[in-house]
Design a protein around this ligand. Structure first.
Ligand code: ACO
Length: 325
């Protein structure tokens, strides 16, 4: 049976120049490098320059993804930006990215699912491609979380950073079985009952302010490992594959202990998990495409391999995509 598959034809990423180490944060709040590394694995994060906005980060990542795909921006017919830290309340960051890339056709919109944003955006793009409504889609995760952190709250400010990552998804024909290249399965979930465990205490229609990130870390941690292992199980089952057949897991980079815990629960060896959290902390929707780009460029991920992307974030939202590279 002939089917349309969404194949990743290019990846790109961008981290702002300024690096803030744990030692730098020791000067701001009562914390230590030792505590942060032991509890999270994070050693440093990148912080956007004062005159940089989220779309600036997104555009650089997108240009790098286009270059690696060998596509011109004019060939893109849909842009989806996953972000919780948009340039403005409106227009969407995606339309700003569209303008900055010089694209005047097609459509562009944002997706808001916090740390799961990239999985939500990828799933949305895949559905547009499978429906025949788009051929080349730019899917971008871009965040400047440093602007919604309470820099006096040591329980949260040590955990996050800024960055952007992008992929180009291209429609290609497949046979309909799991030997096809491209996205083979994706699942997204949410459960709004847990919105009080991870949220921002401001908003346009509530306080009229941007607000600061608040989190009950221990509770989030417990839900994360359970939900992530379960949704990875779902996409494996959709494809009739077992966890031994996974070549790479590219998870949302929140905390090394969550990554290790999820791998253990799935019985996947830690060597198959791409980990970048030590270098850029939790960059929310940007973290998966940042890690993916690194593992593709350094040659770890190669054509034909089974790759799983997974994330969980505020809402709660969570999801996973299974691809054959
Ligand atoms: N430096 C030093 N001490 C700290 C710091 C800090 N930065 N932050 C908290 N502490 C203290 C607390 O005050 C507490 O002290 P007390 O015992 O005197 O009260 C002690 O350390 C332990 O605090 P806990 O919150 O119980 O520490 P825990 O082991 O749970 O680690 C952490 C906290 C790292 C936030 C952990 O719960 C976690 O990673 N949770 C997952 C949250 C997450 O990553 N969310 C990201 C978004 S969701 C997602 O992406 C999956």
């Amino acid at each position: 049976m002939n089917v349309i598959r969404s194949v990743v034809t290019g990846t790109g990423s961008y981290l702002p120049e300024k690096i803030l180490t744990n030692y730098d944060i020791e000067q701001k709040v009562d914390t230590t490098d030792e505590w942060i590394v032991e509890r999270t694995g994070i050693k440093q994060r990148h912080i956007a320059a004062q005159d940089e906005v989220t779309s600036d980060l997104a555009v650089i990542a997108a240009e790098r993804a286009l270059l690696s795909a060998g596509l011109d921006a004019s060939e893109i017919d849909l842009i989806i930006v996953a972000t919780s830290t948009p340039d403005q309340t409106f227009p969407s960051t995606a339309t700003t990215v569209q303008r900055k890339l010089g694209i005047t056709r097609g459509a562009a919109f944002d997706v808001q699912a916090v740390c799961s944003g990239f999985i939500y955006a990828l799933t949305t793009a895949d559905n547009f491609i499978k429906a025949g409504q788009a051929k080349n889609v730019l899917v971008i995760g871009a965040e400047i979380f440093s602007r919604i952190l309470d820099w006096e709250d040591r329980t949260t400010c040590v955990l996050f950073g800024d960055g952007a990552g992008a992929v180009v998804l291209t429609a290609m024909s497949g046979t309909g079985n799991v030997s096809d290249r491209g996205i083979l399965a994706s699942r997204i979930h949410s459960d709004g009952r847990y919105s009080n465990l991870l949220y921002v205490d401001g908003g346009v229609s509530s306080t009229g302010t941007v607000g600061h990130l608040r989190m009950k870390g221990k509770e989030v941690f417990k839900h994360a490992v359970l939900n992530l292992a379960s949704v990875v199980g779902e996409v494996l089952e959709d494809c009739n594959l077992s966890s031994e057949q996974i070549d790479w897991i590219v998870p949302h980079q929140a905390n090394k202990r969550i990554l290790d815990g999820t791998a253990r629960k799935l019985k996947v060896s830690p060597e198959k998990v791409v980990i970048t959290v030590q270098k850029h902390a939790n960059t929310s929707a940007a973290s998966i495409p940042l890690a993916l780009d690194e593992a593709v460029r350094d040659g770890r991920i190669t054509p034909g391999q089974v790759v799983i992307l997974e994330a969980m974030g505020g809402g709660f939202t969570w999801g996973a995509c299974l691809l054959r590279w």
